[in-house]
Design a protein around this ligand. Structure first.
Ligand code: PBG
Ligand code: ZN
Length: 324
């Protein structure tokens, strides 16, 4: 109970006071930075829909990791775009695939960096979908799961610390866990994109790695954004199947989901501030419409909602903003 004469402003008198009573803090420890890898040499190409973010070839990767480490960012989430896509999505599980090579490079040269890799097929399949379909257009779940197992296994063999399945197939966490365990990779953790919505916020990412579906959309496997309760079911299933970390994606429009998940589950919770969220804020700040501290506010809001881990393209800016 509080007294009627309580004056909340007494706790806001100056910077030190505000710092003393602050409930949430942002630190680079809880930040994960996504990186986009492509084949080739001397490539560091800005993504036109995501200013300040780049796709890069492997010879540029070590420099990038050094820069991140100097800033205090120690965790990365790898995405790849292969040279050529095919029906099978074979680039996703090729031991010489772009992500597998990236994992090996980082873990050999910077073993202290935590390397996570996205597990999905959409960047690698000719049709841009995260799964296989039969002639009737139904999801071929078992075939998809077998392929996803291969993707995770190839990443584990390359030395990945954490796999992050983003496909939304039913049962994929359990299937990947089992296949990793059977092959001697019990130590590899799983961060499940558990509550991943069929969102309009992934556009810039799909531009960056050319992964937009060539027909239809992802609504038959990603979640309907009208649903909140269903996210708890997805998360519970993933936990039962062996997920170590649960994720909500996108983040900013889904803070109700983050909060409910925080109250439901006692495991680390990640929020992915996706490409569209980045593009909106970045463009508004660059255009002078918003103060750049709006970036900090967007990330603090995710912390306040209950996220432990923030996956954000603003990781580098955050270092500077935290120092101010
Ligand atoms: C692959 C994947 C996507 C994102 C992460 N993993 C795209 C999609 O589902 O279409 C989106 C990331 C972002 O927009 O920043 N399934
Ligand atoms: Zn996908």
């Amino acid at each position: 109970m509080i007294a009627r004469n309580n004056r909340p402003t007494r706790l806001r008198t100056n910077t030190a006071m505000r710092g003393l009573v602050r409930e949430n803090r942002l630190s680079l420890d809880g930040i994960m930075y996504p990186l986009f890898l492509v084949e080739g040499e001397q490539i560091k190409k800005e993504i036109s829909s995501m200013k300040g973010q780049y796709v890069m070839s492997l010879d540029m990767l070590a420099g990038e990791i050094q820069e991140l480490m100097a800033l205090g960012i120690r965790s990365v989430l790898l995405f790849g775009e292969p040279d050529s896509k095919d029906e099978a999505g074979s680039g996703a599980y090729d031991e010489q695939g772009i992500v597998q090579k990236g994992i090996r490079l980082i873990k050999e040269r910077f073993p202290e960096v935590l390397v996570a890799a996205d597990v999905c097929l959409c960047q690698y399949k000719a049709d841009g979908h995260c799964c296989f379909f039969d002639e009737a257009g139904r999801i071929r779940r078992m075939k998809t799961l077998e392929t996803l197992n291969q993707v995770a296994l190839s990443q584990a063999k390359a030395g990945v610390d954490m796999v992050a399945p983003s496909d939304m197939m039913d049962g994929r966490v359990g299937s990947i866990r089992e296949s990793l365990d059977e092959n001697g990779f019990e130590h590899v953790s799983i961060m499940a994109y558990s509550a991943k919505y069929a969102s309009n916020m992934y556009g810039p990412f799909r531009d960056a790695v050319h992964s937009a579906p060539t027909f239809g959309d992802r609504k038959s496997y990603q979640m309907d954004y009208a649903n909140g309760r269903e996210a708890m079911k997805e998360m519970e299933l993933d936990l039962l199947e062996g997920a170590d970390i649960l994720m909500v994606k996108p983040a900013g429009f889904y803070q109700d989901i983050i909060r409910t998940a925080r109250d439901h589950f006692d495991v680390p919770l990640a929020a992915y501030q996706v490409s569209g969220e980045y593009a909106m804020l970045k463009n508004a700040v660059d255009a002078g419409l918003l103060n750049k501290r709006a970036i900090l506010e967007s990330l603090m809001a995710l912390k306040r909602s209950g996220a432990d881990i923030l996956i954000t393209y603003f990781a580098k800016e955050l270092k500077e903003l935290l120092g101010e």
